[in-house]
Design a protein around this ligand. Structure first.
Ligand code: NAP
Length: 539
């Protein structure tokens, strides 16, 4: 599709407009074709892959093992694709995205370099009108927002950012040709998942690296390795059972829960269980290792102590180690990271930890960063400051539903949706892995496939029953929001100052956004569908 207006095959309007050509958008298009619906994807980037297209910072890998991080809907696809490493690199994951697009001939229905700017619902015709950056207006009966959860960058709210005269990079949108830091004085701001992966590689090149840490994260060694063909063969032989297990697991990444409480086993047994998980490099396994590890403060303390001891082992200078051990942070409530030599990087003579809790940044100046106690001269600044997660991509678009009501206003106090799929007052508008669904607290592939299949099932149901409109019932939505909060409040998650809570964005309401529990959520969705889409109003 080269710049032409987007028109449907039949009556001029599309059945389905899909926004975004990441995993969700590509699979949604495939499902729409299966249903015989006229569907098109608009994608703001020049190619497929979504977050994996834009994110190319050095060291980027997925934190879900590659053999578990792929589509399961097509048996041949999952048998023919070979991952080369245990934790796949961004390059390989993007290669997989391109492979999927080619294999299912998706590109002919994707308009690249086309951003959605506004979306309005017309109550007379029950259709949506989309304003786009480069293809004029598109009308569609249904819109699927496949815009991803980690797409809108968080720029740091630091005085003087614009004054810096050196090179500035953000991990969420890295130059395609890469960056050579050889001989440069580099500052990295942020110590979340992205920074933890990029820092060891930048440190190998830079003349000197300053790491500005406000909140340390817990990280486990990835123990990445090349995958042995025999291992791949064994996994592929059991794929059906493994996929099924993932679909019904708490986070979509199967791992055992060893006991109801960390205190049901001896301290030695517990230590061994934690150590085995650590040595296996499986962050999600730690989160489910005991049923109470994310529920009880005392239970969580055992995981914190274990991880703190590992940090002390990996960093030679005990003072630096103490500063890099998270304090007052429940392990697992902030994303547990995986790394390759992250802590060891702070043993290098060309790396300096700048602890912003002790010595905050005053401002960024033309040639570096000033803190309350000094300053560093820098040639390059890397912002690893994360995302306006989950709601950012949706609220970046001016979306107006019934009566011209704006989604931005409706979500001013925090996102409210029915099962992370639809929002009351916004008929025929679906969100894939939206707030209120397991989404970012799961293996995204498992959640995306489940959501796309639910939406496709729903469209099929409407088709079969001669209906054209579906909308979340306002009361059902309120009940769902209450349920999401109830589940979250039974855990330690809401006590974390994390992006799961929207706490990283100034002024963003503090609401725990994901729904905890992939397996239970799937069951609820299946029940809703078999009850004729209970909680959704159709006409
Ligand atoms: P992040 O986890 O939100 O981390 C952002 C970091 O920047 C935090 O350390 C934060 O500190 C810091 N920061 C923000 N504003 C700052 C300021 N004004 N001054 C100083 N520090 C500031 O973002 P991320 O690392 O990009 O990761 C986001 C998510 O993407 C991850 O949690 C994960 O889900 C996903 N991801 C996954 C992988 C993987 O699969 N391996 C890799 C990268 C990302 P505070 O906490 O104090 O605000």
């Amino acid at each position: 599709m080269n710049g032409e207006q987007i028109k449907a095959n039949t009556d001029g309007d599309l059945d389905v407009l899909i926004v975004g050509a990441g995993w969700s958008g590509m699979y949604m298009l495939h499902q729409c074709r299966r249903l015989g619906l006229s569907a098109r994807v608009i994608e703001k980037g020049p190619s497929v892959g979504g977050t994996w297209y834009w994110n190319r910072y050095p060291g980027l890998r997925c934190d879900v093992e590659s053999m578990e991080y792929s589509f399961s809907f097509d048996k041949e696809l999952q048998q023919e694709w070979d991952w080369s490493e245990r934790y796949a690199s961004q390059k390989e994951i993007l290669g997989y995205a391109n492979h999927v697009a080619d294999r299912f001939d998706l590109r002919r229905d994707i308009a690249f370099n086309t951003a959605l700017t506004a979306l309005r619902f017309d109550e007379g015709s029950n259709t949506w009108t989309a304003d786009t950056s480069s293809r004029g207006q598109i009308k569609a009966r249904y819109v699927v927002m496949a815009t991803g959860c980690l797409t809108v960058a968080k720029m740091p709210d630091i005085a003087g950012v614009a004054d810096f005269k050196g090179a500035v990079y953000h991990t969420t949108n890295w130059p395609e040709q890469g960056v050579d830091f050889t001989g440069k004085r580099v500052g990295v701001i942020g110590t979340g998942s992205s920074a933890i992966q990029a820092i060891p590689i930048i440190a190998e090149q830079a003349q000197h690296l300053y790491v500005y840490q406000r909140t340390p994260s817990y990280s486990l060694p990835a123990h990445n390795r090349k995958l042995d063909p025999e291992y791949r063969k064994q996994v592929k032989a059991r794929y059906e059972a493994l996929r099924d297990e993932a679909r019904h697991h708490l986070v979509g990444i199967p791992a055992p829960t060893h006991a109801a409480s960390v205190f049901d086993v001896s301290p030695e047994q517990r230590e061994k269980i934690y150590q085995d998980i650590y040595d296996a490099g499986k962050p999600f396994a730690l989160m489910v290792s005991f049923a109470d590890v994310l529920i009880s403060k005392e239970a969580n303390k055992t995981a914190q102590d274990f991880l703190a001891a590992r940090i002390r082992e990996r960093i030679k200078d005990p003072e630096i180690a103490e500063q890099m051990i998270p304090k007052g942070q429940y392990a697992g409530t902030r994303r547990l990271c995986i790394d390759t030599h992250y802590y060891e990087t702070f043993n290098r003579p060309n790396v300096t930890l700048k602890n912003l809790q002790k010595d905050p940044i005053k401002r960024i100046v033309a040639d570096g960063v000033e803190t309350t106690q000094g300053s560093e001269q820098l040639d390059c600044l890397v912002f690893a400051t994360g995302y306006d997660a989950m709601t950012g991509g949706l609220l970046a678009v001016d979306i107006q539903g019934r009566g011209g009501r704006k989604l931005r206003d409706q979500w001013a106090e925090g996102p409210r949706s029915l099962m992370g799929l639809m929002v009351a007052g916004f008929p025929n508008l679906f969100t894939v892995t939206g707030p209120g669904s397991p989404s970012v607290l799961s293996n995204m592939f498992v959640s995306i496939e489940q959501h796309v299949e639910f939406i496709a099932g729903c469209l099929e149901h409407l088709q079969r029953n001669g209906k054209h409109v579906i909308e979340a019932d306002a009361e059902a939505q309120e009940q769902w929001v209450a349920h999401v909060n109830e589940v979250a409040n039974s855990t330690l998650f809401p006590l974390g100052n994390t992006w799961y809570m929207g706490a990283n964005i100034a002024g963003k309401p503090k609401v725990f956004m994901p729904y905890l529990g992939v397996g239970p959520y799937r069951q609820l969705c299946d029940q809703v569908a078999s009850d004729g889409y209970r909680g959704f109003v159709t006409q």
